[in-house]
Design a binder for this molecule. Structure first.
Ligand code: HEC
Length: 122
């Protein structure tokens, strides 16, 4: 019984310590940086898997994480909003050896738009 109380207290503490506002969290740093997978909703896990494989063929995921967290595309300094996710999706798709198809890019753009919404929440 006592251990149950301790457990409950621990669970409560963790719940209270969690940030109240939604922000896009990342794990790792530099070349190993990625989105924290725990914030990806179940129906977007597939898209996240596609992103994890297809979007790191030419550069690391850090580029995409920074773009979404800051709202600024890190290479060109352009705003990274929903118009940009689509435009970049198409741009990345058209690059030689992109090794992606339209459907995969659509999924990733959809995921980036979701993350942008999360990043914009107060
Ligand atoms: C075929 C190689 C290639 C693939 C695959 C690729 N990228 Fe890129 N990406 C680049 C290059 C090269 C740049 C440098 C800037 C440019 O050409 O637009 C870049 C730049 C970026 C930027 C920064 C743009 C800026 O203006 O600062 C983002 C964000 C990005 N890529 C996201 C992605 C995402 C998301 C995917 C997967 C859907 C992806 N990339 C797949 C080659 C690639």
């Amino acid at each position: 019984m006592r251990s149950l109380k301790v457990l409950l207290a621990a669970v409560l503490l963790v719940a209270v310590a969690m940030p109240v506002h939604a922000k896009v969290r990342s794990v790792g740093s530099g070349d190993r940086m990625n989105f924290d997978p725990s914030q990806i909703p179940a129906d977007m896990k597939g898209a996240f898997e596609v992103m994890k494989v297809k979007c790191i063929q030419c550069h690391t995921q850090e580029r995409t994480v920074i773009a979404i967290q800051t709202g600024i595309a890190p290479v060109t300094g352009q705003p990274f909003d929903k118009q940009a996710t689509k435009a970049y999706g198409v741009k990345m798709l058209r690059k030689p050896k992109s090794n992606m198809n339209r459907e995969e890019v659509k999924q990733v753009v959809n995921l980036m738009n979701y993350l942008l919404d999360e990043a914009a929440k107060p």
